[in-house]
Design a protein around this ligand. Structure first.
Ligand code: HEC
Ligand code: CU
Length: 325
């Protein structure tokens, strides 16, 4: 064999090894993330490092049942994490910060505890002004009872409310709607020479006017995926985990030494007019953002965008009001 020929052969082999080997090498170095049900340890590792603007490769597998993987506040499709298989995923973060990743499959009562963080380093672009949630700026005590003193006899109808709403001196702005409970708006209408039911219908109309069909559809989807297992498909607080939650509550009460002041509760019944007509969107926002701190209500602030939370809230009120189809 002539020399140049030999060299070119060697080069081809080296080139081939590099082309195949380098990605394989990188792939092998990418840590394998194991998913387990929360009671068996959750994600391992549960802290991942990344750099802003650079792709982050992840390999995911499950040691028990099928889990799902998604990163909060990020526009991404969740992926399934399957026992005995390795799922590859590549993510790129635009901005540095601490992101939360979470399980998207109902794998058990503690499913929502399956969370980990991705610490994304990098020089902060332009620091964005911190947004103060509405419930904070209104200084609401979101743990105080908030029952409505009055409730309608029939389910208020936005369709019927529309005809009375046009010539009423009521504020229809988003700010007003978000900071008032339905019964407070009902109270404002007492001088408007309407029957009680008509006033409630106006309230329903106002609530409908402050959302859109898209927003409700989006809220419905998020609800089915993240909330229905506890709060029930139809909002009645009777999801498949409601009973387990009560049991877990009793168990945790017995093992705790008064360390937590909040006790486990039943998932709220969103069809309960007394409760829901007494709650402003801002109050519900607070509960969803912050969670119940020990009541069994998870904290969603790190998972959903502000817009997604308003969509969820709009959907929750649809258990109270009859909206136009
Ligand atoms: C693991 C069970 C569980 C899941 C999942 C869950 N919740 Fe809850 N939720 C509860 C419990 C228990 C309460 C009652 C205790 C409390 O208010 O802190 C509650 C209370 C609430 C309240 C307070 C209502 C009020 O009148 O104070 C809101 C709002 C709420 N949940 C919304 C949601 C939304 C939206 C989701 C889904 C994104 C969700 N919840 C998912 C268990 C759950
Ligand atoms: Cu899971």
């Amino acid at each position: 064999m002539k020399r140049p020929e030999l060299i070119s052969r060697i080069l081809i082999v080296v080139g081939f090894l590099l082309a195949v080997g380098a990605p394989l090498f990188l792939w092998a170095r990418t840590p394998l993330i194991h998913a387990r049900m929360a009671e068996d340890g959750g994600w391992n590792p549960d802290v991942i490092q990344a750099e802003a603007g650079k792709p982050l490769h992840l390999k995911l597998t499950s040691d028990d049942v099928v889990h799902g993987f998604a990163v909060g506040q990020m526009d991404m499709q969740s992926v399934d994490v399957i026992p005995g298989k390795v799922t590859d995923i590549t993510l790129t973060f635009d901005k540095p910060g601490v992101y939360t990743y979470y399980c998207t499959r109902w794998c058990g009562l503690n499913h929502w505890r399956m969370r980990g963080t991705i610490e994304v380093s990098g020089s902060p672009s332009d620091p964005e002004p911190a947004i103060v949630p509405l419930y904070v700026s209104l200084d609401l005590d979101i743990d105080a009872p908030h029952d409505s003193p009055v409730i309608p006899i029939e389910k208020p109808s936005a369709i019927s409310g529309q005809q009375f709403a046009s010539n009423l001196p009521i504020d229809q702005s988003t700010d007003y709607y978000r900071s008032n409970a339905p019964y407070q708006v009902f109270d404002e209408l007492t001088n408007a020479s309407l029957t009680e039911q008509q006033s409630w219908d106006v309230v329903a109309y106002l609530w409908q006017s402050n959302t859109t069909a898209d927003s409700l559809a989006n809220g419905k989807e998020l609800y089915a995926q993240n909330c229905a297992a506890c709060h029930g498909e139809n909002g009645a607080g009777d999801g498949v985990f409601a009973d387990n939650l009560a049991e877990a509550g009793e168990a945790s009460m017995q093992s705790m030494e008064g360390a937590m002041d909040m006790v486990m509760q039943n998932p709220v019944d969103f069809t309960d007019a007394r409760r829901m007509l007494g709650a402003s969107p801002a109050l519900l926002q607070g509960k969803i953002l912050r969670g119940g701190m020990g009541t069994g209500m998870p904290m969603w602030g790190v998972i959903f965008t502000e817009e997604q939370i308003w969509d969820l809230i709009a959907y929750i009120y649809s258990f109270q009001f009859e909206y136009e189809k």
